[in-house]
Design a protein around this ligand. Sequence first.
Ligand SMILES: Nc1ncnc2c1ncn2[C@@H]1O[C@H](COP(=O)(O)OP(=O)(O)OP(=O)(O)O)[C@@H](O)[C@H]1O
Ligand SMILES: [Mg+2]
Length: 374
Amino acid sequence: MSLNCCIVDADAANRQEMAHFLSGHGVAAVTQIQRIDQLPAVLNASDPPRLVVVHIDPNPADQLQRLEPLIRSHPNSAFFVMTNVLETSLVLDAMHAGVKEFVPLPVNQQKFLVAIERIAQLGREEKRAKVLHFIPTTGGCGSTTVACNIAASLAKNAKVLLIDLDLVRGTAASAFDVRPRYSIADLMDPTTELDSALLDNALTIHRNSGLAILSRPELCEDAQRINRQGLIRLLGVVSRMFDYVVLDSLMSTEQTYQAAIQQADLNILVMQLNVPSTKNTERFMGTLRRMGEDMAKVKVIVNRSTKRGYDIDADEVERALGVKIAWSVPNDFKNAIAAINYGEPVILRSPRADMSDSLQGLVQMLNGRTAGKK
Ligand SMILES: Nc1ncnc2c1ncn2[C@@H]1O[C@H](COP(=O)(O)OP(=O)(O)OP(=O)(O)O)[C@@H](O)[C@H]1O
Ligand SMILES: [Mg+2]
């Protein structure tokens, strides 16, 4: 069963027995903790448990009350509670708290396994968006431009969400000339359920492409409301609603951006063929390595490349970085600047331009359909 699980039980022997039972039935990873107050750290890890089994005796009502906010703020984890107390009011409270399975003790093994299999099955059917994380390596290298164009292109054939993680200066909404009423800051409160009604309100749809956009906050100071836990929860929920989630991001190791890096399927470093950009790309690749990131998930792409000899040599850059440049988008100042001033990405506004052609190729490459080219 491709399911990771956390057992919460004060009694060591009980914990062991349950862990043994679960791993004996193919549950892949089992974490054991003693108390509910240890749960937040487990739930906020980068790979949170999909199943949490909590023994709520000897004070079941009290324990349930403490669990409730955690259940609400972690919709991607299924909670089971086990108890000796079989009172209707307790079962109802468990239901209202969002508990997936009420397990009377002693455990009926057959029923318990069916319930676990149901959770594992849900995971298999669950849609998982591909998360593309675009990181600029110098100011103005065109990371936002590339992210917006890729998002617009993908939106022709898929459900795509673009999230602006440049939380103070972001221009994603402006690139599509939309005026969002809500922003990512409105989706951070852990006590508010991220249901489809709330998300429908918060996302702005770009009419021409169907792309959904989640903008940066309007008030600069609201950027502080975005945090690691909030972003992980948000990505967990939107990943089940969209085929692709495109993150227009920053080169940062702050907690929120670390979360974005870890949650991404691809971290795409956007650079220009100049010395400062190469240095920063090299520095950030070192950081990603030290963070223990899977470097197979990291792609380096060049933007604004010129054929006129202004650029430094791509081969030299590759030697310095120790990786191949996965793609190269040509410089096209005229179309790029017209697009941002008009509020429509180049790929939609000037589909025949060389820059659009290259960006289309980049989409194919990111989807693994073509190998990279220089
Ligand atoms: N391929 C290109 N050819 C010419 N100009 C481009 C190209 N791509 C982007 N630009 C221009 O470069 C400028 C910066 O682009 P953009 O805002 O996308 O960069 P960025 O890397 O996201 O910057 P920041 O680091 O501030 O987030 C814009 O004026 C944009 O029009
Ligand atoms: Mg940007």
